[in-house]
Ligand binder design. Sequence first.
Ligand code: F6R
Length: 253
Amino acid sequence: MKILILGDAAAAAVRAAEFIAAQVTAKPASVLGLATGGTMEAVYEKLIALHRAGRASFAGAQSFNLDEYVGLSGDHPCSYRRYMAEKLFDQIDIVPDAAHLPMGEAADAEAEAARYEAAIVAAGDIDLQLLGLGLNGHIGFNEPTSSLSSITRLKTLERSTREANSRYFPEGEEPPRLAITMGIGTIMRAREVLLVATGAAKARAVAQVVEGPVSARWPGSVLQMHRHATLVLDRAAASELELFDYYLDVHPE
Ligand code: F6R
């Protein structure tokens, strides 16, 4: 794993946005895997800035988001489709039909998960998969004990995930219990993976994922088995890494 430790969350977001811009510049027809959440908001802000500066075009790209809540329609204010439209898609030049998310409102969610997996395979799999990291080590919504070779399917969200995400829901409304998520096997087929984690709250999960055993207990640890995985961290998220100085020595940022 390539561990890049940046001074703060803003610098980490810039670094991640530059990484994505470099991907679409090198391969304009890239298949991008995208994520939502608080960490990505800053990354997408920087990416939009790069797009406006003429340094990143998505006109030839397509994207597949990691996940969507079951039961929320795409125009629900808390759906990930809405998040992506507001925070990225409406502000860049991606072709709307080329930006895919699972359909949370599908009558048969399991069939929708299978359709989504097949669509990713038909697109030739993901060139660059962007990932955040859950407090419990999840990637996508692959909660602890997810099969390390799982494909897109339904997952029940853990309490810590629902609590963390309840901040996006209006008072009195809870995040759904179920989500459709790309599997860990789906993510591992991506040709390149970029995980971004910032803030002290993520330090424990980062330490487990980078330096702990490969285990479904901390799903992100599977990235130790990926040949092209880069982690962009800020100092706070990296603070519990035993080999902190070594990573800085290898990649002084
Ligand atoms: C979102 C996703 C999740 C988040 C993770 C971190 O599409 O798949 O894995 O990336 O929960 O979320 P934040 O950045 O809000 O801490």
